[in-house]
Ligand binder design. Structure first.
Ligand SMILES: Cc1cc2nc3c(=O)[nH]c(=O)nc-3n(C[C@H](O)[C@H](O)[C@H](O)COP(=O)(O)O)c2cc1C
Ligand SMILES: [Fe+2]
Ligand SMILES: [Fe+2]
Length: 433
């Protein structure tokens, strides 16, 4: 009998461990289902339902993502249920799962689209097929864009600047933020919780890997990645960043949490990211020189190095990029706030080195604020590269410092020495600032 009983309950140590493990996992799951840790509740009834993208190599197919990127979306559960922003289409299933863990998505009443760019709207048709009774909420300028991009068959409500809607206990206030960074962009503010859904403004590159809050994040990395994000995505509209910040400040609304659509949610120090964005979009240049150059076999490189050495000897900070080696977002980040930009190019088939041309086109497209420029380069026979860049940059309204340094192939010691005059001209400009 004893033997029988003992056989009945005998469990091998391994199996016992497995049962314990199973029990504890189930237990943990039961305990955490619906709690903030699992669903990332950022305020009472306000949930993070975003996703990480570790697959896309280039954001907008242009800017490197060495640490991935997140597409943040939020769900507000009140008498009415509101979804704030969607995600890129490839992540629709994972996103819908995140929503389903909190509510049945068919119950969503409002889908708020702060911005129509497809990293925040690509998955819209997927939710539109489920949340059949939802109303799209966006600015009047977003309406024709939504129809041109998707034309989902949902009701829509366009909101004027500072319009409000009530979800029951919570009130949503819509703050237009035109050209931050598209014409239709807005932010959404939860009045009672003091949460600002700022969309691309105050965003950062980098996947979250489960650490959605600033107090869980490596803030040195966030500082670098948010500066690079702002510099590559929003540079054309820097003054709109300042206008946006000033507008929110004038509204006098308290902000307890900044919840952007990329990067961490700032609950510990929301002013940190607002101040950084304000500082990085300042019209005041920083006292450094950016040297950006192209080279095939090294002659233009040797001019760039001489220029760098001369500037450093004068105590001037230099940030230097070889356009074939540095990634474009890093080049833009280091040049956009430089007091003087020095550009070097060899001639390539009578034109500037193609990647230098691409960078100067980027300066034009990103509406780089005007400032003094230095130009240098080398050529093998007829030249043409520097001349063409000079013409383009002068048309863009930049002041070109003298002397423009053109060298026939291998620079001599004397020619390198001539760069000292260019260094003096740069130094004078920096000290005038
Ligand atoms: C593919 C190629 C195309 C070039 N086209 C021109 C040209 O049209 N006109 C010219 O003056 N030199 C031309 N060159 C010569 C380079 O501009 C010259 O060698 C320059 O010093 C190279 O600078 P780097 O050593 O910094 O690459 C060309 C060189 C290469 C490799
Ligand atoms: Fe965007
Ligand atoms: Fe975005």
């Amino acid at each position: 009998m004893n033997k029988e009983r003992s056989r009945g309950i005998s469990v091998s140590p391994l199996l016992f461990e497995a049962l314990i493990m199973r029990f504890s996992w189930t237990d943990i799951r039961l305990q955490t289902a619906g709690c903030s840790d699992m669903h990332r509740e950022i305020a009472g009834g306000v949930y993070f339902v975003g996703v990480d993208d570790h697959r896309t190599q280039l954001f907008e197919n242009l800017w490197a993502l060495p640490h991935g990127v997140s597409y943040n979306s939020y769900l507000i559960v009140d008498d009415k249920i509101a979804l704030v922003d969607a995600v890129k289409e490839s992540w629709a299933d994972e996103w819908l799962e995140n929503i389903r863990e909190i509510v049945d998505p068919s119950r969503i009443d409002y889908i708020i689209l702060n911005h129509m760019e497809l990293d925040h709207t690509g998955a819209l048709p997927h939710i539109a097929r489920i949340a059949r009774n939802a109303t799209l909420i966006y600015t009047p300028r977003a309406s024709p864009m939504q129809k041109a991009f998707f034309d989902v068959s949902l009701k829509e409500k366009t909101v004027k600047d500072l319009d409000e809607i009530s979800l029951g206990n919570k009130t949503l206030k819509f703050v237009h933020a035109q050209f931050l960074h598209w014409p239709e962009t807005m932010m959404t503010y939860v009045v009672e919780d003091q949460v600002l859904f700022s969309c691309d403004a105050f965003g950062s590159y980098g996947a979250l890997n489960g650490k959605i809050f600033d107090d869980e994040s490596d803030m040195q990395k966030i500082e670098k990645e948010s500066k690079r994000y702002l510099s590559s995505i929003i540079t054309s509209y820097l003054m709109f960043v300042r206008r946006g910040v000033e507008k929110v400040r004038k509204l006098g609304i308290a902000i307890k949490i900044v919840a952007p659509s990329h990067g961490p949610v700032y609950r510990n120090d929301p002013m940190w990211i607002i101040s950084r964005y304000y500082e990085w979009s300042s019209p005041q240049f920083e006292k450094h020189v950016a040297i950006v150059y192209g080279t095939m076999y090294g002659y233009t490189h040797s001019l760039a190095v001489t220029l760098k050495d001369e500037l450093v000897a004068k105590g001037i900070e230099v940030r230097m990029h070889d356009v074939s080696q540095s990634e474009m977002s890093n080049i833009v980040t280091d040049t956009i706030r430089a007091s003087v930009i020095a550009l070097g190019t060899p001639t390539y088939d009578a034109y500037p080195f193609p990647r230098m041309q691409a960078f100067v086109n980027e300066m034009e497209g990103k509406r780089f604020p005007r400032r003094p420029l230095a130009l240098f380069g080398t050529f093998g026979w007829g030249g043409g590269g520097i001349e063409k860049l000079q013409k383009q940059l002068a048309n863009m309204g930049f002041e070109i410092l003298e002397p423009v340094t053109r060298v026939h192939a291998r620079p001599s010691q004397q020619q390198k020495h001539d760069l000292v005059r260019l260094t003096d001209a740069i130094a004078r400009k920096i000290s005038q600032d």
